[in-house]
Design a protein around this ligand. Structure first.
Ligand SMILES: [Zn+2]
Length: 394
């Protein structure tokens, strides 16, 4: 993992309630990141947007963002989901597919059979590399303008590339077809074609233990089928086919009506915000039911029953992150006696080479800042990951 020094933003725009400065996040740029490392980051409450990796401060944000995951093996789609998919299948599949069997073994509803039912001459769902194409961009543009009411000036090619194509993972050869097997890893576009026209794209990260949804865009004329539900069934199905135990739907925001649908998918688990302070026996993931009733009363909920940690004056003075005591950080006891240079390497880029540097090469006035960036990274990602981390300075 190679990253920029992190930054705690006290005033961030909130896309969920529209609050101007009411969201707080800690974030950094990832120049290099393996999918395995990213899985571990996601499991500590981080997420990425393009190459920007961030962790929301749940305790101090207007709309706290909880990491949620679904166990795909045990998921059974409800009536509404099944009917929506049936209607969609009938529309895109043509008459030829109408009588295919929808029951799997033991006469149970088979999600995998249902999601593939309409595939044929007229309808296809494919995995493609996340490369930019004009056709994809046109769909994105249409979606942002018609579904999110953005103006023509607000939507740009650059925004599409940065948000839905760029990623920090090792590059794959884009000419190689993407095989749907256990070895598949990285950033992909799941594309839906109806009569040769691109009608939807699921932007996905395939990680060691999950399929993680980044974004989903679709043609507005298909709105009546409930495209979000169709996509989640396709993506849960993909996780099953790739032998992943989990489907990550992106952050769950209990206070945001638009995001509440994620709680319909069961069995789901929420990542305890103060994960690093959990007792081992409790684990980091708890059934959503343990949080739900509490979330009705207060937007920020933790099941850890300990006072908020105090990082002490020397850390609080020099670091907004430690001053905030953001949930999820390693507790002070684990940071005592830690020498950051034993974990995080400092590097500079010199044309194509990367050169490790010592603190004494950093100008004295920046040393505290750089040391804090190292310590913050350790506190955010944990000691194991930090051991292989490099921070690019200068
Ligand atoms: Zn908000």
């Amino acid at each position: 993992m190679k990253v920029s020094p992190g930054h705690y933003r006290e005033k961030s725009h909130c896309g969920y309630c529209g609050g101007d400065d009411s969201s707080r996040i800690y974030g950094f740029l990832a120049y290099e990141l393996t999918v395995k490392e990213y899985q571990e980051l996601v499991d500590r409450g981080l997420r990425r947007s393009g190459v920007f990796v961030y962790k929301p401060d749940l305790a101090k944000s207007c709309c706290p963002q909880y990491t949620i995951r679904l166990r795909v093996e045990e998921f059974r789609p409800g009536k509404e989901h099944r009917q929506g998919l049936n209607r969609f299948n009938r529309f895109v599949g043509g008459a030829g597919n109408a009588h295919k069997k929808k029951k799997g073994k033991n006469n149970e509803y088979s999600l995998l059979t249902a999601i593939h039912e309409a595939e044929g001459e007229d309808f296809e769902v494919r995995l493609e590399s996340s490369e930019f194409s004009q056709e994809k961009y046109e769909l994105f543009r249409h979606y942002q303008m018609h579904v999110h009411n953005e103006t023509e000036d607000e939507v740009s090619e650059e925004q599409f590339r940065r948000f839905l194509c760029d990623n920090p993972f090792p590059r794959r050869d884009s000419s190689e077809p993407i095989e749907k097997n256990d070895g598949l890893r990285g950033h992909v576009h799941q594309t839906y074609y109806h009569k040769g026209r691109l009608i939807a794209i699921g932007v996905l990260d395939v990680l060691p233990h999950c399929v993680s949804s980044v974004y989903f865009i679709w043609q507005q004329d298909y709105a009546r089928f409930g495209m979000g539900k169709i996509a989640s069934m396709q993506e849960i199905g993909l996780a099953l086919e790739l032998n992943k135990p989990y489907y990550y739907m992106g952050y769950y925001i209990h206070s945001c009506p638009k995001m509440k649908y994620k709680a319909q998918y069961r069995p789901s688990y929420i990542l305890e915000p103060r994960l690093a302070e959990c007792d081992e026996a409790d684990g980091w993931w708890r059934p959503i039911e343990d949080f739900e009733s509490k979330l009705d009363e207060s937007p920020y909920v933790t099941l850890v029953d300990k006072p908020t940690p105090d990082y002490g004056d020397h850390l609080k003075t020099d670091s907004k992150l430690f001053a905030s005591a953001m949930p999820g950080l390693l507790p002070p006891s684990e940071l005592q006696n830690v020498d950051p240079k034993d974990f995080v390497t400092l590097v500079v880029d010199d044309e194509d080479d990367e050169i490790p540097i010592n603190m004494h090469l950093i100008r004295p006035q920046f040393r505290t800042q750089v040391k804090m960036a190292q310590l913050e990274l350790i506190a955010i990602v944990g000691k194991d990951l930090a051991q292989n981390a490099r921070i690019k300075v200068g």
